[in-house]
Ligand binder design. Structure first.
Ligand code: ATP
Length: 392
């Protein structure tokens, strides 16, 4: 029996990047031998074992074969005769298909992953890549992660992915996998690269209809990725300008069972970014309405995320203007400080009065009206103090 370090850990070690988790492949062992050594078995479709002390993953070397369509259509052979090379060939990218022998530290690299790493190329290991459409998404995600290092996608892999898309492979993707890969791609350094690859192979229009790699949404995503690590903020910036945004966002979120916090922030951003950008032209009444619609008084954190998305949208628009005219007026840059302060004082200063109203037994509609009136006055006073001209 022989154990090898494989996958992302080998890749990241060679790239000089921090290694997140170490996965191992075990050649020449049976499940019973693993259990006898104290490993705990996990994994439903094929046996994976957790080390009794480190909890790291040890998988028996396996071969896989596609027998029917869909992501469950694989059979696995995990017999002790399966070799390391046979295990590595079923992997997605050559840079993910290397192994290190922990005893000697030597690299086992039958598919020339090191060479592709040196040349900064993302390339499939074998034609079997075409058997699993998740690999298209994974490749896009790695591109989003490593593009800033100079990585590109091998033209031959783009070709293969085009064929996969033509053959209808991406139609077989299950919602959860798409969302999982999308969320991870959104967290990478250049999330827009994920969509570029999908576009190049024809998968974008199928998976994310309405998204345009050259569109304003993509520019906003780029700006959001520069200013925030939050995948929800990036997601909202990306979707703010879809055609018929409300309908499109709901359709996309339903299709991929996108979590509610993403959906809500994306909807609020698409529907209200313009009002936020124009807040200086709004009356106190309209500002209070905006804060109410954004549910600021109960969901303050989300309000700040909304503003971060709006700031990214503004930054991307200004960048575009700069490209066209070589100059932009810095004084009209979106600066939400006064909006935030107005929101905060209206919340804080109204709190005491609200308690008093309640103590006086005021309730229902009357209470709601009194709260509104109180907050409105606070906002009016705030902006009067700031010398802002409010349109009445
Ligand atoms: P990350 O840094 O994102 O965790 P990783 O490469 O470690 O990257 P995992 O999802 O943990 O990613 O997968 C571990 C290894 O398993 C990969 O390096 C790759 O060799 C292989 N692998 C994972 N998913 C697939 C797949 N769908 N098709 C082929 N090989 C895969």
């Amino acid at each position: 029996m022989k154990i090898y370090l494989v996958g992302g850990a080998v890749r990241d070690k060679l790239l000089g990047l921090p290694v997140k988790e170490q996965d191992y492949v075990v050649v020449g062992a049976t499940p019973n031998e693993m259990l006898d050594m104290g490993f705990r078995q996990v994994g439903k479709e094929f046996p994976v074992f957790l080390h009794p002390k480190t909890n790291e993953e040890y998988a028996l070397a396996r071969m896989e074969r596609k027998v029917k369509p869909g992501y469950k259509g694989f059979t696995f052979d995990t017999s002790p005769r399966v070799t390391l090379e046979e295990d590595l060939v079923r992997r997605d990218l050559t840079i993910n298909a290397m192994a290190i022998d922990p005893d000697t530290g030597s690299l086992i690299d039958p598919y020339h992953g090191k060479q592709d790493l040196d040349h900064k190329i993302l390339k499939h290991v074998s034609p079997a890549f075409a058997e699993d459409p998740v690999r298209i998404l994974r490749l896009g995600r790695f591109y989003a992660r490593y593009a800033h290092l100079g990585f590109t996608v091998a033209p031959i892999t783009i070709e293969l992915m085009r064929d996969m898309v033509k053959a209808g492979e991406v139609d077989a993707l299950v919602a959860e996998r798409v969302w999982k890969e999308l969320e991870r791609a959104l967290s990478e350094q250049n999330p827009e690269k994920f969509f570029e690859v999908l576009d190049e192979c024809g998968a974008l229009a199928k998976l994310f209809p309405g998204l345009d790699v050259k569109g304003t949404g993509m520019q906003a995503l780029i700006a959001a990725a520069e200013s925030s690590n939050s995948p929800a903020i990036r997601f909202s910036a990306l979707l703010h300008d879809l055609p018929d945004p409300r309908k499109s966002i709901i359709a996309l979120c339903n299709r991929y069972r996108v979590p509610n916090d993403y959906r809500e922030l994306a909807l609020l951003t698409a529907q209200h970014f313009q009002a936020a950008l124009d807040f200086k032209t709004l009356s106190a009444d309209e500002i209070l309405n905006l804060l109410g619609t954004l549910d600021y008084f109960r969901r303050e954190e989300r309000f700040y995320k909304f503003l971060a998305a709006v700031k990214a949208i503004d930054a991307s628009r200004r960048k575009k203007l700069f490209k066209s005219f070589k100059t932009v007026d810095a004084s009209d840059e979106f600066d939400p400080r006064h909006l935030i302060e107005a929101a905060q004082v209206s919340k804080q200063e109204s709190a005491k009065q609200i308690r008093e109203f309640i103590a006086q037994g005021i309730e229902g509609r009357e209470l709601a009206e009194k709260i509104r009136k109180t907050r409105l006055e606070i906002i009016e006073n705030f902006f009067a103090g700031q010398g802002q001209n409010m349109h009445k």
